[in-house]
Write a protein that binds this ligand. Structure first.
Ligand SMILES: Cc1cc2nc3c(=O)[nH]c(=O)nc-3n(C[C@H](O)[C@H](O)[C@H](O)COP(=O)(O)O)c2cc1C
Length: 269
């Protein structure tokens, strides 16, 4: 059984994305999977220029030979892990170029496949932390379009990086276990329904900011110097949650923003 880890960060061997993808592959290896890594930085995927060369039929790119090789490596895998760094609230361009050119011989977009490979997506927002959800949503839309059988996403920031390493290991192991059996979606609706079960994919930017602020406060060491700021963050989180429950997302946005600012202040000092 082959599990392919795809690293979308240009920072090979020293980036957070690489470390997380490697951890997930370690988890997969414990149940006997063969773990392979594809570094997009080494493959230099080029932007799709919409040349009209028939790539959805041929599964080859008319202007870039390596695109077909990358697709073949995914095709030959029983499951994949895709890790991307967050640049400007989105997956980075290197990962987007890879995504734009993937063509699978056993799938027809949207959502039609004869082999729903298990897939894990990891987004890594190592700066402000913001954008971790919008980036993971891009990865999971790509998974959904090609009919991958996605497992729970792993959005990571520098604030929860240490605990995320353990989660990556667990998720990698689960992925390899799922890859033992072949599965399919009956129809497009079954694929959509599978993704509809993943709550993070429904988040908007207000939910994201609130979620991020909670990640930060969950990972803050509270002391006399930051206690008040920390409490302010928690109070704004509560208010934002209550307003969201009442359907008042506009007012909730203000509190989510304040919750994030206080959380950052408490965490960074
Ligand atoms: C052009 C650029 C834009 C970035 N935008 C964001 C961002 O929107 N949110 C964030 O939290 N971090 C942002 N970062 C920081 C990266 O997410 C962070 O450095 C991350 O650790 C990169 O992944 P890597 O360590 O795997 O290379 C940005 C970095 C660059 C170079």
């Amino acid at each position: 059984m082959k599990i392919l880890g795809i690293v979308g960060s240009p920072r090979k061997d020293k980036g957070l994305t690489d470390a997380l993808v490697q951890k997930a592959l370690d988890g997969a290896s414990t149940v006997g999977a063969q773990a392979d890594v594809m570094y997009l930085m080494d493959r230099e995927p080029q932007p799709c220029i919409h040349c009209g060369g028939g790539c959805f039929q041929t599964h080859k790119c008319a202007v870039e030979e390596d695109a077909a090789r990358r697709s073949q490596e995914v095709y030959e895998s029983d499951a994949i892990i895709l890790g991307a760094p967050v640049y400007i609230w989105q997956i980075n361009g290197l990962t987007a170029n890879f995504i734009d050119k993937l063509r699978l011989q056993d799938a027809t977009p949207p959502c039609r496949t004869t082999n729903a490979r298990p897939a894990l997506g990891i987004s890594v927002a190592g700066g402000t932390g913001s954008g971790l959800i919008s980036a993971i949503q891009s990865i999971y839309k790509f998974f959904c379009l090609w009919g991958f059988y996605a497992i729970e996403p792993l959005p990571v920031t520098r604030h929860n990086f240490e605990s995320a390493l353990q989660t990556a290991w667990n998720q990698g192991k689960l992925l390899a276990e799922l890859a033992e059996g072949k599965r399919n979606f009956e129809d497009i609706g079954s694929c959509l329904a599978h993704y509809a079960k993943l709550p993070l994919l429904r988040f908007d930017t207000v939910d994201e900011m609130l979620y991020l602020s909670q990640i930060i406060t969950d990972n803050t060491t509270v002391n006399d110097a930051n206690r008040q700021t920390y409490n302010n963050a928690i109070e704004h989180q509560r208010t934002a949650k209550a307003l969201i429950a009442d359907g008042n997302r506009i007012e909730a946005a203000h509190h989510a923003g304040r919750a994030y600012e206080f959380a950052r202040e408490a965490y960074d000092g």
